[in-house]
Design a protein around this ligand. Structure first.
Ligand SMILES: *Cc1c(COP(=O)(O)O)cnc(C)c1O
Length: 505
């Protein structure tokens, strides 16, 4: 058969295509190395409008196709040059990790084989590998052989699934009502979800998407360590019941996004059990602690959860996206199972064919389990936990350094994982909160504009704070000390402006 002009863009048995593929990956490798890996700054400092203009100039669909190496080279000049360099020691804004090279290598396998995890006949080995990875994960979290799970696009999807199954389980057992078939029950507006005020916004988002409205989410206050107060949880459940409302799910957080605080899981599990309420643990951030003998104690009680969210594109150092949803009782996947004749017919199930779409709200789905597998294999038990522990040690040291500076105020001096919330209070400590908001806002902005550091800002008790998320195991204490010196320098300069501003008022 005649070769088509596009044939060589796909993997096939011709040598030419392999050379082409290698050439492309060599170009990519060189470009990544030159334009990205060797950066002195985590960001080019390009402004919003500069980026916008540059992207507008891209010729998306040229008449004559470009040589691949040229397309990649051009991309390296725009995309790579102005991307946030997540591997840089001063790239410490979000729960956004530097990816492991073994996982990047595995990404090539994932994309090149392009297995789809929805049905066994699209991912013969992949389905079994994902299932084994899930089995391994279930063991790590103390689940039993009747537990199960599925890889997801991340915490948002996993939290959604947890609350979804909790809702349908509750309606089934409380009113013998099948939501999958009949939609929401008449009592739906009475359903309530409890989580701490520090819980991730996707709890509210899930409630809204699930037809319960954000009104269904009740925020429980946290203690001084930003952990859910179990006293308030207990009281709130009782008062909701007194009002005739239906609390059906508790979402505990193991690693809040801002503080990394971990709710008291054992106590919460007891309360949930006492009231027959579904417990979902959002361990998107903190789930990785399970790998560390030293740190896993912080997750004590997680095995009592009815479902768990874990993200691998955070503290497991996987390229986006990669997450999992784990379920203590696998039968509960029945609430989302639907059969499509072409994909996962019922007789397949009877014959034990693993069509993983039965457990997922995605249909076509990436073989992301593969990159986690390769990463765990390459780093092994000797390295993986240590890498995580290093970041926790660093956070403790940086917190200590911050308490030594009189011009800084730190909210969590004993960080549970590796996130630190603080602000610059100035040399002259008499600023109003409003002035400090402005000062800290501008500090972060100045760092981003010069490209010297990418740090986060958040609000705590209504005011602007800065945040370091110290995920990067290659970031050193001296890197952060240098950054604190720079923040102080910028702060002092801005303070000059503040004072002038105040006088001129
Ligand atoms: C990141 C995060 C999420 C959302 O996960 P995605 O992977 O971004 O979808 C949910 N909960 C917590 C605690 C998180 O840190």
């Amino acid at each position: 058969m005649k070769e088509q002009s596009w044939d060589h863009w796909f993997l096939n048995d011709s040598v030419g295509s392999i050379i082409n593929q290698n050439l492309a990956s060599e170009t990519t490798r060189v470009a990544i190395e030159e334009q990205f890996a060797k950066l002195s700054h985590p960001y080019s400092g390009a402004t919003l409008s500069e980026i916008k203009e540059m992207v507008e100039q891209i010729d998306i669909y040229p008449k004559e196709g470009l040589p691949l190496t040229k397309a990649l080279f051009e991309l390296s000049q725009s995309v790579l040059k102005h991307s946030i360099a997540v591997h840089h020691p001063h790239s410490i804004a979000h729960l956004h990790c530097a990816p492991l090279i073994p996982a990047l290598a595995a990404e090539q396998f994932i994309s090149a084989t392009n297995q789809s995890m929805d049905s066994w006949d699209q991912s013969s080995v992949g389905s079994f590998i994902e299932s084994r990875m899930i089995e391994w994960l279930c063991q790590q979290y103390g689940y039993n052989p009747t537990s199960d799970g599925v890889f997801t696009s991340g915490g948002t999807q996993s939290n959604f699934m947890g609350i979804h199954l909790a809702r349908d389980h509750y309606a089934g057992s409380r009113w013998n009502w099948n939501i999958q078939q009949k939609g929401l029950p008449p009592e739906a507006s009475k359903l309530r979800i409890l989580c701490s005020e520090m819980a991730h916004f996707t709890v509210r988002q899930s409630a809204a998407l699930l037809g319960l409205g954000s009104q269904s989410v009740i925020s429980i206050p946290v203690d001084q360590h930003q952990r859910m107060s179990t006293l308030h949880l207990q009281e709130t459940i009782e008062s909701l019941l007194d009002e005739g409302l239906e609390p059906f799910a508790i979402v505990a957080t193991a690693g809040t996004t801002d503080f990394g605080s971990i709710d008291p899981l054992t106590q919460i599990a007891e309360i949930a059990k006492r009231h027959s309420i579904w417990l979902h643990v959002d361990a998107a951030y903190g789930g990785a602690l399970i790998l560390s003998e030293r740190e896993s104690i912080k997750l004590a009680g997680i095995s009592q959860a009815d479902s768990i969210t874990v993200d691998f594109h955070k503290l497991f150092y996987q390229p986006i996206s990669c997450g999992a949803f784990l379920l203590r009782n696998q039968e509960h996947f029945g609430y989302i199972r639907l059969h499509a004749d072409y994909l996962n017919p019922e007789d397949d199930e009877e014959q034990g064919v693993p069509n993983l779409v039965n457990k997922s709200i995605q249909t076509t789905r990436r073989f992301d389990a593969c990159k986690l597998l390769v990463s765990l294999q390459v780093l092994g038990e000797n390295q993986f936990p240590k890498m995580i522990e290093t970041t926790i040690d660093l956070a403790r040291e940086v917190a200590h350094d911050l308490t030594q500076h009189s011009s800084f105020e730190i909210i969590n001096p004993n960080p549970e994982i590796n996130a630190i919330v603080f602000r610059y209070n100035g040399v002259n400590q008499n600023y109003t909160d409003h002035q400090l908001d402005e000062l800290n806002y501008q500090i972060r902005q100045a760092l981003l504009q010069s490209g010297s550091a990418v740090i986060a800002k958040t609000r705590y008790q209504g005011h602007v704070y800065l945040k370091f998320t110290l995920l990067n195991p290659r970031t050193k204490r001296s890197d952060i000390q240098a950054l604190l010196t720079e923040i102080t320098k910028i702060g002092k300069e801005l303070e000059g402006g503040l004072i002038v501003h105040a006088i001129s008022k």
